[in-house]
Design a protein around this ligand. Structure first.
Ligand code: ZN
Ligand code: ZN
Length: 356
């Protein structure tokens, strides 16, 4: 399997973002991403999709949308729709109808910022997902940069500090979001986790100073979704798009916070007698036999293996790990790294489903 790095969930002036598609492509080229996925609010922008090039560098831009019911108050239930390749915002008034429409169009659906608490200081309302009775979604946005920032701004002073020092913000997905994910997994659902920027490149103003809050280029160096694909991208839009969407659909992916250190090279796999599988896959335990997990870290860090949401074992000073189990369950990996004097989330794997 080959690895590519994708940044997703970002806005342009077609909704409330401040940089054009070309601007996004330029920022992505500077950061060496393989692909970006643009998701404006309630509009599928047909046209900018394709490869953008600068010298020998190229980046693939794909376009989905972030759909929610604009008549709803508050405007909760944001859904990232990817790969449907048609306008679906017309179905926004019923989350289940929307999800069914996405599935029918062959697209992928991710509940955006499932927990997104209000911020009283900045009068930002709660935009969490609320309609939990729905079914048929591909996954959830486990780690959303903007939501995390929203939870960190306890005063105007915090905002001024983080505007100039954005590298201090990210610590990890919200614990409440992780526990919702674990609950869904425990109930037997397959739920793919992705990381999103929710990039807007908002102009911030503090007295005489104006500054772009969280420029796209900064986002692109932070929370990325790394995908494992069976063959290389070849520059053909349809071919490459299919590889990316199928990896997302299968959960052959991990979330990497690439600012402290590159997360490229992380692997989590499971090996049984008949089969070897990767993140997102299922493996069956046979009577009297076990499954061996292999974990590879890009560098030494704190690595936790979890089963059904509970830590099974922690390793502090290893780059390669093997672990045997004979018990069925949903296994996933979290990796933490020390950066700017804090313990920060670095890698969140998709689960391997060990079935009895
Ligand atoms: Zn949103
Ligand atoms: Zn958004």
């Amino acid at each position: 399997m080959l690895e590519i790095t994708v940044n997703l969930h970002m806005h342009t002036p077609y909704s409330d973002g401040h940089g054009s598609h070309k601007h996004l492509a330029d920022a992505a080229l500077k950061t060496g991403l393989d692909a970006i996925i643009v998701t404006d609010h309630n509009v599928w922008v047909n046209g900018p999709e394709g490869y953008y090039q600068e010298g020998s560098q190229r980046v693939l831009m794909l376009v989905g949308e972030e759909v929610h019911d604009q008549a709803r108050d508050p405007q909760k239930n944001h859904l990232l729709v990817i790969g449907a390749d048609r306008e679906l915002a017309t179905l926004a008034n019923n989350p289940q109808t929307l999800l069914d429409g996405v599935a029918e169009a062959g697209g992928l659906s991710f509940l955006a910022h499932p927990i997104d608490p209000e911020n009283k200081v900045f009068k930002e309302v709660d935009l969490s997902w609320e309609s939990w009775d729905v079914h048929g979604f591909t996954g959830i946005e486990l780690w959303n940069s903007l939501t995390e920032l929203k939870t960190r701004l306890k005063s105007k002073l915090h905002a001024a500090f983080y505007a100039y020092n954005p590298q201090y913000v990210a610590l990890g997905p919200l614990p409440e979001t992780i526990s919702i994910w674990d609950d869904l997994l425990k109930n037997g659902k397959k739920v793919v986790a992705i990381g999103g920027s929710d990039a807007h490149a908002l102009p911030g103003r503090m007295g005489p100073l104006t500054r772009t809050i969280f420029p796209y280029e900064f986002h692109f160096r932070c929370i990325n979704t790394h995908l494992l694909i069976p063959e290389p991208l070849n520059g053909n839009l349809e071919h490459d798009k299919t590889l990316i969407y199928e990896a997302l659909r299968a959960g052959h992916a991990f979330i990497g916070y690439d600012l402290p250190a590159p997360t490229r090279g992380f692997r989590f796999s499971a090996h049984a007698r008949e089969a070897s599988v990767s993140m997102g896959d299922e493996v069956k335990i046979r009577e009297g036999q076990g499954v061996t997990f292999q974990i590879r870290l890009p560098q030494v860090a704190e690595c936790i293996l979890l089963k059904d949401g509970k830590p099974v074992k922690t390793w502090d000073n290893r780059e390669t790990i093997t672990y045997n189990t004979t018990e069925p369950g949903v296994f996933r990996v979290e990796v933490y790294i020390e950066y700017l004097r804090e313990r920060r989330g670095w890698i969140f794997s998709n689960p391997i489903y060990v079935r009895g």
